[in-house]
Design a protein around this ligand. Structure first.
Ligand code: DC
Length: 226
């Protein structure tokens, strides 16, 4: 990417690692828009389930991905013009999203849209699983966020409780571990740490501290490129 390329901060990590919260903080501090790519995979999964397509059917899922119109603006998510911010976080979508997002053609379609979104917005903080490795391999800065299994399960449970869905601790931990294993084990762009990514363990650190570290690193990286 050249000096004139937009500023892109890639934030990858497994579920419950704190990447969404950190991405929002970094975006605000740098006055950049944030793109939650997980919300795009979740929206397509909702469309797959609603159209009766089997999440394991590559062709059917690819067709749904090609046709689905997913719009992300100002923290809300719309699928074909309908606000789906709530339903995409529900248990049905969460259980099927890893299967749908493992299909190479689904990824190809959605990665092209993610790149277009970022270019249209003149840069952004992009969070997901394969942003530093596949979507933006020349990002200004690549971060891979982690946290201990216990802490990730605790955070996920808090999210679920906040959304009025109280599951048993073990249930949350088992479903999270299953999804992480599928996302990291798939053939098409699995969750991975890019060679030149900064790995940040958020287990015992505050959001503010992590955001500050990333913002400092982005500023230094941008200055070095200038
Ligand atoms: O970040 P999240 O938990 O909302 O993501 C939901 C799922 O979407 C995740 O389990 C795998 C998939 N995903 C992906 O395959 N690639 C991305 N860049 C982002 C998410």
């Amino acid at each position: 990417m050249s000096e004139t390329s937009p500023r892109v901060v890639a934030i990858d990590g497994p579920s419950g690692s704190g990447k969404s919260t950190v991405a929002r903080g970094v975006a605000q501090a740098l006055d950049l828009p944030v793109l939650d790519t997980g919300a795009i995979y979740r929206s397509v999964t909702l469309a797959v389930l609603e159209s009766g397509v089997d999440p394991d059917d590559p062709k059917g899922c690819a067709e749904v991905a090609e046709q689905a119109r997913v719009e992300l603006e100002d923290g809300s998510v719309a699928l074909d013009g309908r606000d789906v911010s709530g339903p995409i976080r529900g248990p049905e979508v969460t259980a099927a999203v890893s299967a749908v997002s493992a299909h190479p053609r689904v990824r190809e379609v959605l990665v092209a849209r993610q790149r277009a979104w970022v270019y249209r917005h003149g840069g952004g903080v992009v969070e997901g699983r394969d942003i530093g490795t596949v979507v933006f391999p020349h990002a200004t800065l690549k971060v891979f966020v982690t946290a201990s299994d216990e802490e990730r399960a605790r955070r996920r449970r808090l999210d679920e409780e906040a959304a009025g869905r109280e599951g048993a601790v073990e249930e949350v931990q088992v479903s999270m571990a299953r999804r992480d294993a599928l996302d990291a084990g798939r053939t098409a762009s699995p969750t991975a740490v890019a060679d030149d990514a900064v790995v940040i363990d958020t287990t015992d650190r505050s959001v503010e501290e992590v955001v500050e570290e990333i913002v400092g690193r982005v500023q230094r990286a941008a200055a070095e490129r200038a």
